[in-house]
Each structure stands twice: as structure tokens, then as C-alpha cells.
Design a protein. Structure first.
Length: 250
């Protein structure tokens, strides 16, 4: 079982740092090993801390010079994650579990839309319209709630939103997503530790694998074509949405 968790962690960490899709591997693995849904979610979040550490160590190049926007995105998501973690602590997760497949499917669709839409050439000196900024941060806040409440594939949803809203290349946007997800996961984990059950013995092998995968992800992004990666990510999201839909509604 330890080896299964370690190998799943490597794959999950790689997917998490590339596109926020760790739950394509880690969440179903924990469920298959008999962990209840809510505890699988919280245990997965605890292990994802290791992915965040690895990906941040490997993403300093992309984050350099983007500190302001990174802190703005992260702080907005952090506020939302507090609300989400508190909701998880005091409300049943079953209702939200039934919504998750649709959210993940929507994230995949948004990923494809940002991939194939025609991008406008915008100079760095042109600011976002105030209304655009409001909707951007409302969306990030809602993703923060999602991270805190049921974080499965939250990174993918956040990445899709940031790709649609930020005038940054994929590697930089992905690094901002990694930092934001890591910060929100840490804050959520602090709340989980006092309010819900976490299978800590599973966190160790899963987390060690996630650290390796998380460190490798930004390196992979620098050396592979972005368009095929994003297309594969989107269709993987559709597959995960179908799997979770079957799990929730069977």
C-alpha cells in the first residue's frame, strides 16, 4: 500500500504542478484504498503541500518579476479558502460531492476555450477594465472557497480561470497557480487539522511522491509543447468528471 501511495504521489504531483490535476490520480487512489470521501479530500490536501514545496522550488524563474499579481491572486484565494474550510467543518460534503463532476467538466471546457480562442495582442501598459478586475477576483475567490471545501482539481479550475484572465504565458500562469494553490492548501490544512480526520500515515508516502512530481512539473513545462499538454489536460478533466459523476450518482 505504501508503494502504491508513493507511485500515485509522483504521478499526482507531476499532474498537479503542470495543471492542477493531482486528483486524477491521488483522490481516486485514496477512495480505492477505502478512505471515506471527506477524509480522502483532507488527506489529499495534506499531501499536496509537498507538491507545492517542490513546484515552488522549481518555479522561481517564472515567479520572478510577477510578485505583485501572484500576491493579489493568492490573497484573494486565501480569503475564499477560509470560508470553504469552515463550511467543510460544519456541513456535510455529500451535496457538494454531487456538484464536483460538473465543476471539473466546466474546468476542462474552459481550458479548451482558452486554448482555441483568438488571443488579442495587449501591451503590458494597458490595464484591465475595472469591471473585468471585479469579475476576475470574484472568480478567484470562489475557487478559493472550492479549494477549502473540496479541493479535488481546484488547481485545474484556477489555472483555466487565470489563463482566461491574465496576460501571461502558460509557464508563468502555471507558476502563479502553483503558489496560490499551495498557500490555500496550507491554510485549509490548518483548519482541517482541528476539525476533520486526516490519515497522516498515508500523507507521508503520498507526499514524498508528490514532492518529486511537483519539482519535476515546472521543468517539464519548459521543454514540452504547451498546446498538446493543455488539450490532454482538458480531456483528462472530462474523464475525471465522468468518473466522479459515476461515483456520486451510481
Amino acid at each position: 500500500m505504501v508503494l502504491i501511495l508513493f507511485v500515485a504521489g509522483i504521478a499526482a504531483g507531476l499532474l498537479a504542478s503542470i495543471a492542477g490535476l493531482a486528483s486524477l490520480v491521488s483522490y481516486p487512489t485514496l477512495l480505492a484504498l477505502g478512505v471515506p470521501a471527506v477524509s480522502a479530500n483532507t488527506t489529499n490536501t495534506a499531501a499536496l503541500i509537498f507538491t507545492g514545496i517542490g513546484s515552488l522550488m522549481s518555479s522561481t524563474k517564472e515567479l520572478k518579476g510577477n510578485g505583485k499579481v501572484t500576491l493579489q491572486v493568492a490573497s484573494t484565494a486565501l480569503i475564499g479558502s477560509v470560508f470553504g474550510a469552515l463550511i467543510l467543518a460544519f456541513a456535510p460534503a455529500k451535496t457538494f460531492e454531487r456538484v464536483v463532476p460538473f465543476l471539473i467538466f466546466g474546468a476542462g471546457a474552459l481550458m479548451l476555450w482558452t486554448q482555441f480562442k483568438k488571443k488579442k495582442v495587449i501591451t503590458a501598459t494597458v490595464p484591465h477594465h475595472p469591471v473585468q478586475n471585479v469579475f476576475r477576483y470574484i472568480a478567484i475567490f470562489l475557487v478559493g472557497i472550492y479549494i477549502g471545501y473540496f479541493g479535488a482539481s481546484a488547481g485545474m479550475i484556477l489555472l483555466a480561470i487565470l489563463l482566461a484572465m491574465l496576460q501571461k504565458n502558460f509557464a508563468v500562469t502555471n507558476a502563479i497557480k502553483n503558489f496560490t494553490s499551495f498557500s490555500a492548501n496550507v491554510l485549509s490544512l490548518v483548519i482541517y487539522a482541528f476539525t476533520t480526520k486526516i490519515y497522516w500515515w498515508m500523507v507521508i508516502p503520498l507526499g514524498l511522491g508528490m514532492f518529486i512530481g511537483g519539482y519535476s512539473g515546472p521543468v517539464v513545462i519548459r521543454h514540452v509543447p504547451v498546446q498538446p499538454v493543455r488539450t490532454v489536460i482538458a480531456f483528462a478533466a472530462f474523464g475525471l468528471a465522468g468518473y466522479l459523476f459515476w461515483q456520486s450518482y451510481r
